[in-house]
Design a protein around this ligand. Sequence first.
Ligand SMILES: N[C@@H](CCC(=O)N[C@@H](CS)C(=O)NCC(=O)O)C(=O)O
Length: 213
Amino acid sequence: MDAQLKILGPEFSTFVRSVMIACEEKGLNYRYGMKVNDQQVKLGDETHLKYHPYGKIPVLILEDGRSICETAAIIRFIDNEYPGYELFPTDLFARAQVDQWANLIGIYIDQAFVRKFLLEFLFPKGEDGSVRMDKVEAAIPEVNRAIATLTKQLDGQDYMCGDQFSAADIMLAPMLDYLARHPKGAELLAEEVKLLAYLERVRQRPSCQKVLI
Ligand SMILES: N[C@@H](CCC(=O)N[C@@H](CS)C(=O)NCC(=O)O)C(=O)O
């Protein structure tokens, strides 16, 4: 594939990673980072706001300059536009299920795993840069609820929406991978045999091996 796509956003972002995995699944050529046309873009600056009205990453910028924001929409576009492994099933109800789970993961699972829990460790906002352990403790019930939600959904199937790896797994993989790599997250996942087996299955995919490093 010759397409030279640009993903606006740093590679450590979970949502950027999801878009990278989608590109890998399709065998697409892509770059990532916070530069557009050799100009550094800052989160929320004027240039960024032209691409995303709320100053979020990722944004997918096409070769002709057109762009798409919001991770689930980007992944859907990539799937519709490019040949290769299909990230959504063809059956309309099954497609809606993948959309449903991509949204649930992009909103609620992200809040529980990433925004309220992991970011407390990665960007500590306590006095003198300390981790706000009260916030971490307060976040744990939501992490556990998210783990239970995902475990229930995985009952009797290999992936989030059946036996095929889909866009829903692409949304989840970077978040779950980060949670499992963090010592405190690993503690919360320690007894979650089904979810850990799922994570290992997903990590084995060549696309994820390239991105989840
Ligand atoms: N709904 C957005 C969420 C994207 C998002 O929250 N991205 C984070 C990075 S992982 C971000 O832009 N954070 C910067 C900020 O909120 O200022 C999507 O699905 O793309």
